[in-house]
Structures are given as C-alpha cells and as structure tokens.
Design a protein around this ligand. Structure first.
Ligand SMILES: Nc1ncnc2c1ncn2[C@@H]1O[C@H](COP(=O)(O)OP(=O)(O)OP(=O)(O)O)[C@@H](O)[C@H]1O
Ligand code: SF4
Ligand SMILES: [Mg+2]
Length: 371
C-alpha cells in the first residue's frame, strides 16, 4: 500500500471533565497526500478543531488521544516524544488558528514574531531571518512589508493579521498546513481574498492543506476531497461535486439545506432541527439518529458502516444499505445470478430472505463495498 504524507487512522480523543468523559473524536480516519487539499466540514462542536489539535498534539491539559494513530510519512507520531513533536510543529506541519489575535503576541512586533518562528525551525541567522520575514510578508500580500515588520498586531486590520498568521505558518515551508477556520472572523470580501491567497500559495509552494470549516460553501472549490464530520465521526467523504450534488448521508443533506446558494436564492434556508449531540453520552448507533427524520431502528443500536456510494465517495448511513437491497431486488427480478447480485450489492437471497453478506475485500471477485 502506498505511503501517505499523513494518515489518520481510527483516531479517538477525549477530555476529562467534572461531568464525565467528553468523547470529542470517535474514530476519524483519512489520508492526505502531498499537494492535496482536504476539507473538514461540520457544525460547531463536531470535533473539527480537536481533530486538528490531536494531529499537532496541542490539546488542552484535560485532553488526550485515547486510540488510533496519526502517521506522518509512515511514522506514528502519537508515539513521538516532546522534542520530536516540537520539530514536527512548524517544520512538517503548521496551523493557522481562527482568531489571529489569540495566536499573535500583542507585546512583540510582527517582525519579531516572524523572525522567532524562522529562527526556531530553520538554520538561518538573525539577519537571514529578518530578510525572510520581509519576504514572507510580501508573499502573503502585505503591503510595505519592511515597514510592517516594525508594527504591533493591534496596528493591523483583521485581514492583515490573518495574512501575518499565514506568513508565520508558512515561514518554514511545512509539508502540511492546517487552516482552522482561517477566515471566519473576517468580513466576506476579505474572506474571499484570504482564500484566494491560500489557493495561490498552495500552487506556488505545493504543500498539502487541511481546511477546517463549518461552511461547506466557502471551501468547496479549493478541495480535492471533503470529509463531513458529526459527533466526532466521519459521516461522508468524497469530492466536492459528490458531496454537493449526490450527498449520501442525512446530515450532509441537512448541512446543504442550511447554506445559501445562488441557485436557491429564493428558497428558505432550513437549519438542522434538534440539539447537537451530547458528547458525554454518544448514541450507541448513528451519532445523528436523535436529529434524523429518517432514523430507523437499526440506526439507534448500530453504528452505520462506511460504504462506497460512488466513485471515490463513501458514506456511513444505513439508508445506503437499504438502497443496495432495493437494487438487489431489482437485479433479482431482472434474472441476474445471485452471486452476481451479491458482488454488486452485498445482499444475497437465502431461503427466500434477503441477507446482507458483502463479499469481503480479499474474497474472490469481491465488490469494493466496504472501505
Ligand atoms: N478542553 C476541553 N474540555 C472539554 N471539552 C472540550 C475541550 N475542548 C473541546 N471540547 C469539546 O469537544 C467538542 C468538539 O470541539 P471542537 O472544538 O473540535 O469543535 P469544532 O467542530 O471545531 O467546532 P467549532 O466550529 O465551534 O470550532 C466540543 O463539544 C467541545 O466542547
Ligand atoms: S444512519 Fe439512520 S439516523 Fe443516521 S443518517 Fe442514516 S438514516 Fe439517519
Ligand atoms: Mg473549531
């Protein structure tokens, strides 16, 4: 199997609180290859930031990774010590936070902070770091960079501060850039400019990006793959086109109904009904079952399996298994052989009853139904 730049496998992260264990991330898996852009989308509280912080190992003191692995170039970095992780941050992987004011130090100049980041992660001397800081500011579109390096964060506009954050994150040319809601605090015009800048830089520098957002519409055009999260799990993953035009999870469909689009200018936006999931007490079955209008009995007790629903498109919703059964029934009525039907749909007719028994991935002639 080809080695990925980053491979997150069955990651679990929780927080110890006075009320109990908060299960924020419950078995996330995804791969990221060099130069690719992955979008992570979900409502507030779905575990997007905790996933990002778990990768960087910058969780709050009460949080810890309780299971799974994070492989960087084939090595499980959850087993790395503090020194190794300090080397990973900045040099291999950098993060841009939602609010630049929380990550820029108000008492140091922009130049000083940029230089320190460069000195920490590269072999450059002070003069080279100074020159690099100016070069980076100009790269991210900050005007008069030689003057800006002498300014303090409060002297810059929100958009400028976010550009400085991007410059800081990119100063050491990391392989991976995690952008955690990099534009949420900005107004719409500046938001568009920053996203355009990130796309530009991605093409120029060729790093891989993880774009974290609660707003699917904002990032769709720049992502090679999107994963939709709910309750600390992946509901669905696929290309932007697959997610937008053929959503195969009830939560994704709800998310799409809740965002404005030019085509639907006159339609009313429908927020997803119900309360977000209680992470102290996750449902035994589908995390979305308490809010899903189509929930069935099986949804309450069993976690839906991730199924292939199209080319490079997977979803975890029991309705997909049901539609596969309908397809099996149709194929059977059309006279297709039962083994053929099993390979195609995972369903097989046993003594007059449809049984879900997909051909295992290694099994002779197996269909690629399960991930
Ligand atoms: N230190 C902590 N202690 C307890 N719970 C926490 C802690 N940090 C995060 N959580 C919980 O983990 C869950 C997931 O949080 P996370 O910040 O990943 O959400 P998110 O998807 O990034 O949402 P948003 O869009 O609001 O940024 C939330 O319910 C949050 O309250
Ligand atoms: S598995 Fe069930 S509860 Fe979950 S989204 Fe699908 S239909 Fe709804
Ligand atoms: Mg967040």
């Amino acid at each position: 199997m080809a080695e990925h730049l980053l491979s997150v496998k069955d990651l679990h992260t929780s927080f110890t609180t006075d009320h109990g264990e908060v299960h924020a991330v419950n078995g996330i898996s995804f791969d990221l290859d060099p130069g690719k852009v992955l979008g992570i989308v979900g409502e507030s509280g779905s575990g997007k930031s905790v996933t990002a912080y778990s990768i960087m190992q910058i969780l709050a003191d009460n949080g810890r990774i309780t299971g799974g692995s994070v492989e960087y170039k084939g090595q499980d970095i959850t087993k790395w010590n503090k020194n190794q992780m300090a080397g990973f941050r900045g040099k291999c992987c950098s993060i841009i936070f939602q609010d630049p004011m929380t990550s820029l130090n108000p008492v140091f100049t922009i130049g000083n902070q940029l230089e320190e980041a460069i000195l920490l992660h590269t072999k450059k001397n002070r003069a080279q770091a100074k020159a690099r800081a100016i070069e980076m500011l100009s790269l991210v579109g900050v005007n008069e960079p030689a003057k800006r390096v002498k300014q303090y964060p409060y002297e810059l506009s929100g958009g400028m501060r976010q550009r400085v954050m991007i410059a800081m994150a990119l100063a050491c040319e990391p392989d991976i850039l995690i952008a955690d809601e990099p534009t949420t605090a900005l107004d719409v015009t500046i938001q568009a400019q920053i996203l355009e800048l990130m796309q530009d830089l991605q093409k120029k520098l060729g790093m891989a990006i993880i774009m974290v957002t609660h707003d699917l519409g904002v990032i769709a055009t720049m992502c090679d793959e999107i994963i939709v999260m709910y309750g600390g799990r992946v509901c669905e993953r696929g290309t932007a086109d697959a997610i937008f035009y053929e959503p195969a999870h009830e939560y994704t469909k709800g998310l799409l109904r809740s965002i404005p689009s030019v085509d639907r200018m006159k339609e009313r936006l429908v927020p997803i009904a119900g309360n977000p999931i209680n992470l102290l007490n996750i449902p035994a079955g589908c995390a979305f079952c308490t809010r899903c209008e189509k929930a069935m009995k099986v949804c309450l007790d069993h976690v839906p399996l991730e199924r292939k629903v199209g080319e490079d498109h997977l979803a975890s919703c029991w309705l997909n298994d049901l539609s596969l059964q309908h397809k099996a029934e149709e194929l059977s009525a059309a006279g297709v052989r039962r083994e053929e039907i099993r390979r195609e749909t995972g369903w097989i007719l046993e003594a007059g009853e449809w049984v879900f028994d997909p051909v295992a991935p290694g099994e002779e002639g197996g269909a690629d139904l399960a991930r």
